[in-house]
Design a protein around this ligand. Sequence first.
Ligand code: NAD
Length: 445
Amino acid sequence: MRVTIFGTGYVGLVTGTCLADVGHDVVCVDIDAAKVDGLNNGIVPIFEPGLEPMVKSNHAAGRLRFTTDAGAAIGHGDVVFIAVGTPPDEDGSADLKYVLAVARTIGQHLKRTVVVVDKSTVPVGTADKVRATIKAELATRGESFEFHVVSNPEFLKEGDAVNDCMRPDRIVIGADDAGAVEKLKRLYAPFNRSHERIVVMDVRSAELTKYAANAMLATKISFMNEIANIAERVGADVEMVRQGIGSDPRIGWHFIYPGAGYGGSCFPKDVQALARTAQQHGYSAELLESVEAVNDRQKGHLFELMVRHYGSADALRGKTVAVWGLAFKPNTDDMREASSRTLLPQLWQAGAKVRAYDPEAHDEAQRIFGDRDDLLLCDSAYQALVDVDALVVVTEWKQFRSPDFGRVRDALRDKVVFDGRNLYHPDELEAMGLAYYGIGRGRSI
Ligand code: NAD
């Protein structure tokens, strides 16, 4: 099938590449000319395991093209995806300006019946707005032919996006037209071979499904962070508690890891946006507001532990701290809403310097923080330990899981490790002569 995708970010690029990989003829369009230029020259602007070779091979085969020419791109697709950003507005609700700008562009160029697919995460009722926007543009051109707007939210995880796209848990299609559903079923048939993964529903339920999924996952994380904070105070170890509850299949092992708070481009903004949607409909979503508040507080927790260890924030003045991990989670270079973005400014504010290492996020860190005397991005985890007082682990990259603790101890002047992801065992580090602070590990306080 011929497919057009607006937006070549994490979602648009991965979706377009996976659709091309199974044989569809895909044109991706973006307003960022530098990005499009780069992609046409084999430069993939994001780090996502497995993506780059797939982009290159499908581009070389002519099944995956990149352009800034929206008119030509709209002429190409029988299915037109909207996969642009929906950042938070000032009040936390989803800002639809990019989505509606694409809808206007579609309305300005559409010359035949297509299925327009909302893949961006958008509040309930957005499909109606997209439909009305396209219709209004058609009307100004004196056109009024049929088109359909479908909601098809994306559930991929950054860091495992290609795999999620090629082997989705489910494909949600929200539509009010049987023909549009059939078209999307044909499009997704290659991903739906082993068993039925397609769930068809009405448009509004599909729009809400995406928010419900992210809000549930964020709730599990904040819940566990709440338990961790209680564990810390009552002298219990949340890692033991986690094992004790995860073994109950009604609870399960996923997303019950305490840590330094969730980040990324989705959970923070989607929890906020869902709470605002509720508010706009006269409902106070107290659980969601708390999930957000607990997370905001948790992002400051590593610094709090450091202050506890050193006695005061002032005592951090003149210290140099090694930070392992800057991305919001492993296997991505994405630093949107990352816990590191809370911790580093807190350390700088206290007068400490940072030597940081992240396997993928240095370009992002440079873009976000710029050149500063109190930040050095190092070439390896061990280089970040040179001439420092303490180590803080912020992101659970695999390579940080089993370091040479002897080397870590010898490098650290103050012999103290703050483990924001509970990667290490307190006893092991203490036996090596290191003070250890994890999240919710009451016995170490
Ligand atoms: P992103 O910011 O990485 O990419 C958005 C892209 O859209 C950018 O390249 C931008 O230049 C482009 N763009 C903006 N306006 C445009 C226009 N008028 N025409 C063409 N291109 C335009 O965003 P993302 O992370 O891919 O997220 C996209 C949507 O998918 C959001 O709603 C997000 O919530 C949702 N989502 C994201 C993820 C994720 O893990 N990143 C997962 C599921 C859903």
